[in-house]
Ligand binder design. Structure first.
Ligand SMILES: C[S@@+](CC[C@H](N)C(=O)[O-])C[C@H]1O[C@@H](n2cnc3c(N)ncnc32)[C@H](O)[C@@H]1O
Length: 202
């Protein structure tokens, strides 16, 4: 049962367990959302992309705190997309959520003023392609910030050995992914095992 719970973190199922996991992550990741939002400049206007948006709590926080910003979310899980869709009623016209894989974003070039991703990159099959896609959809001068709760491969084996398709990246590997995708001014910071990396599209 515990393994099934953990695997729902990587791609929440369309059932009670999937919904429970999404709601738990919405609460449990609040400190990472605060960390992310405290480390990026939110544009006055524009669209913020959340890649692997899960239950949508990061987007909801942005919608509540920054009334002139729109948010778009993508997620590979039907249940994540369905749950985030509920935010449309609260914030009509300010949120769009699509089912998509991070490696192929259904948006035109230069759409977003900021891109964020929390606790999702572990599950992307080709993170190099995904970062190139995010780069493509960002407006020049805009930032991507990625946060993960764990970046210590050894300590994280307790999770990565149980969750299928989970890869833990070290801070250096995360910075290299940003660099290879073309981002500049790359910075990273740690909080225990958690790591936040950000970079700008020139
Ligand atoms: C651990 S959850 C984090 C969700 C949310 N960002 C949060 O902080 O609560 C990981 C999310 O990434 C999504 N995901 C996994 N692989 C993905 C991919 N290749 N493209 C887009 N989303 C993906 C999962 O469906 C899941 O909703």
């Amino acid at each position: 049962m515990f393994t099934r719970y953990l695997n729902n973190c990587g791609r929440p199922e369309s059932n009670k367990l999937g919904r429970f996991v999404l709601k738990s992550m919405n609460k449990g990741h609040a400190y990472i959302y605060r960390w992310l939002l405290g480390n990026v400049h939110l544009p006055e206007i524009g669209i913020v992309l959340d890649v692997g948006c899960g239950g949508g709590a990061l987007m909801e926080r942005i919608l509540n705190e920054f009334p002139s910003i729109k948010t778009y979310g993508i997620d590979i899980s039907d249940e994540s997309v369905r749950m985030c869709g509920e935010l449309k009623k609260k914030h009509p016209g300010r949120i769009e959520v699509r089912k998509a894989d991070a490696v192929s974003l259904p948006f035109p070039d230069e759409t977003f003023s900021l891109a964020l991703s929390c606790e999702s990159i572990y599950f992307w099959k080709a993170p190099d392609k995904a970062l190139s896609e995010i780069y493509r959809t960002l407006i020049s001068g805009s930032w991507l910030a990625v946060a993960v709760e764990t970046s210590d491969k050894n300590k994280a084996r307790i999770w990565s050995d149980r969750i299928s398709g989970m890869t833990v990246y070290s801070p250096g590997e995360l910075r290299s992914l940003f660099c290879n995708a073309g981002f500049v001014h790359i910075e990273s910071q740690m909080k225990g095992q958690a790591c936040l990396v950000k970079g700008m599209k020139p």
